[in-house]
Unconditional design. Sequence first.
Length: 277
Amino acid sequence: MGIFPQLRYEPTAKRIRAGLDGNVLIDTMRACLVWEPQRVTPLFAVPEPELRAELETPALPAPAVEEHAFALRKGAPATSLDPGTAFGRHTCAGEELDVVTAGARVPRAAFRPADPDLAGYVVLEFAPFNWLEDDEEIIGYPRDPFHRVDVRASSVEVGVALDGLTLASTSRAQLLYETMLPVRYYIPPADVHWDLLEESPKRTVCPYKGQARYWSHPRSGQGRDIAWSYDRQFIDAAQIHGLICFFNERVDLTVGGVLQPRPVSPWSRRSGSPGAL
């Protein structure tokens, strides 16, 4: 955490590919993961000579970028930027560039950091392109090699309530431990009071777990998008497939009969994905 305010990078041994409209934009064994200052999630930087596209001065003015800042822990300043902050909010010196192919121009989708250690590299925005690590598709943003997700079965009694109504209770939870995030309690569907929930149109993605769909508790003004479940896209998350989890930040959670304090996280403000930072 001491170097969190600095530009950070780490080489990856994985074969990294990115495509656009069915065409390969980059296929390299020399990619790096780059974290701009105050960013908690990385992006890929690739060798510029290997890029199968032109990099040009932006054709359009820079749009306004909404910043989503949060505190990494209680009492810390809200200076960290979550993945909801768009690529265009750069926190280090450098040059924005359009990515131009024979059939498309992607505005400001490349960033050339003004850092001698990254000379010859450009950072690519994730969303406009289709990405592979080796032969596996990745979604959301690149996986962080310093980030860990562990799931452990537990018989502890877990209860979830809101505005005095019990939404779920179980002694069969799967506990998900993830770097820098609160413990998440994944509950079997049979132990959830579905009559108190309705499905939401909200969808998000996590590069470690897959796509999440959401449920709300419509009887409460605080109950929008408070629970989620992941699909079966990633075998890494098999232990929680089909299980339901509630935001610790927004419900009254008891573990072993003890009411838990609501943690401070990016999801305390009712936006974003429960996936990894």
